[in-house]
Write a protein that binds this ligand. Structure first.
Ligand SMILES: Cc1cc2nc3c(=O)[nH]c(=O)nc-3n(C[C@H](O)[C@H](O)[C@H](O)COP(=O)(O)OP(=O)(O)OC[C@H]3O[C@@H](n4cnc5c(N)ncnc54)[C@H](O)[C@@H]3O)c2cc1C
Ligand code: FES
Length: 278
């Protein structure tokens, strides 16, 4: 059992939670994730570890409310206990002194990009962060990213804040301006990561993406999270979740993410009808 210490809404449907997990807090590295079960009969969902506080024995997660389990999780409050928090899982981000790195985060992916940007900065890299959302209201973590980046550029699809356009447009402009970029890290919706890779490929900039396939056991046993990278099949839970974006088959990832759409919709409908919110 894991006690929830704090909860706050970062936007209408994105929640930040600080939960007790002292062993995970002490050992986790940037890029790793936990698997959470809200209750004994609940689904296991993977969520990135955004931050940890070793002294307090806590980890921070940020999640978007998209379906049954994230709705259940958002309904929980400080003082409630999660059934399990398992981790740290996945391979940590490969952090080196690359030079100038650009961290691109879209939507709730900004929360996943944050620990990567922070670790890159701590390793002595110059960090440019480009963060974007559909509108100003749902842009998260601007201050946190600003505090650990050498330069922060914000963008919104509708132009309600920052540059009008997509994060990939901002990255393209940066490349076109002649700025030297040694490595790009991109996290966000699959189409966004694909377009970022399309932008960096012709420029020859190595690009790492953090993939979010559906996971079941998250220990490499079930094969649910398999992704195609180059000519190989990889398991995102144990080989990833970060991969060379120029090698990822994004079409297959998109198809596999939609695989249980009907079941997910039914689960949410049943949850709305029969559940009291827990
Ligand atoms: C390694 C990893 C780290 C992740 N980190 C985060 C994070 O830090 N914050 C966060 O908000 N989410 C994160 N996700 C995605 C998160 O696990 C899913 O959003 C969650 O499992 C949805 O559960 P649900 O029961 O609420 O929704 P479901 O009922 O399972 O699905 C509802 C809707 O969300 C879509 N969906 C389901 N699973 C995923 C997925 N894996 N990625 C994208 N869309 C999905 C479905 O297609 C459906 O449209 C991560 C995924 C992985 C694999
Ligand atoms: S989630 Fe089962 S192998 Fe990765």
């Amino acid at each position: 059992m894991s006690l929830i210490h704090k909860k706050r809404y970062l936007s209408a449907n994105v929640v930040e939670m600080i939960v007790e997990a002292p062993d995970i807090a002490a050992t986790r590295k940037a890029g790793q994730f936990v698997v959470i079960m809200t209750d004994e009969r609940g689904e296991r969902i993977p969520l990135t570890i955004v931050e940890s506080d070793v002294a307090a024995g806590t980890v921070t997660i940020i999640f978007q409310i998209v379906g049954k389990t994230t709705t259940c999780l958002a309904d929980m409050n400080p003082g409630d206990e999660l059934y399990t928090v398992l981790g740290p899982l996945g391979r940590p981000t490969e952090i080196e002194k690359f030079g100038t790195t650009v961290c691109v985060g879209g939507g709730v992916g900004i929360g996943v990009a944050y620990p990567i940007a922070k670790a890159l900065r701590e390793a002595g890299n110059r960090v440019v962060s480009i963060i974007g959302a559909r509108t100003k209201d749902i842009l998260i973590l601007e201050d946190a990213l600003g505090a650990i980046s050498d330069r922060l550029i914000t963008a919104t699809d509708d132009g309600s804040y920052g540059v009008k356009g997509f994060v990939s447009d901002v990255l393209q402009e940066l490349i076109d301006s002649g700025e030297r970029i040694d490595r790009v890290f991109a996290v966000g919706p699959v189409p966004m990561m694909k377009v970022v890779c399309d932008v960096t490929r012709p420029a020859g900039i190595p690009t790492v993406v953090s993939l979010n396939p559906i996971m079941v056991d998250a220990t490499g046993m079930c094969g649910a999270c398999r992704v195609a990278v180059g000519n190989e099949t990889k398991l995102a839970c144990v080989d990833g979740p970060e991969f060379d974006g120029h090698q990822v088959d994004f079409e297959l990832l998109t198809t596999r993410l939609r695989m249980y759409y009907r079941e997910e919709k039914e689960a949410m409908e049943q949850f709305r009808c029969h559940c009291d919110g827990k």
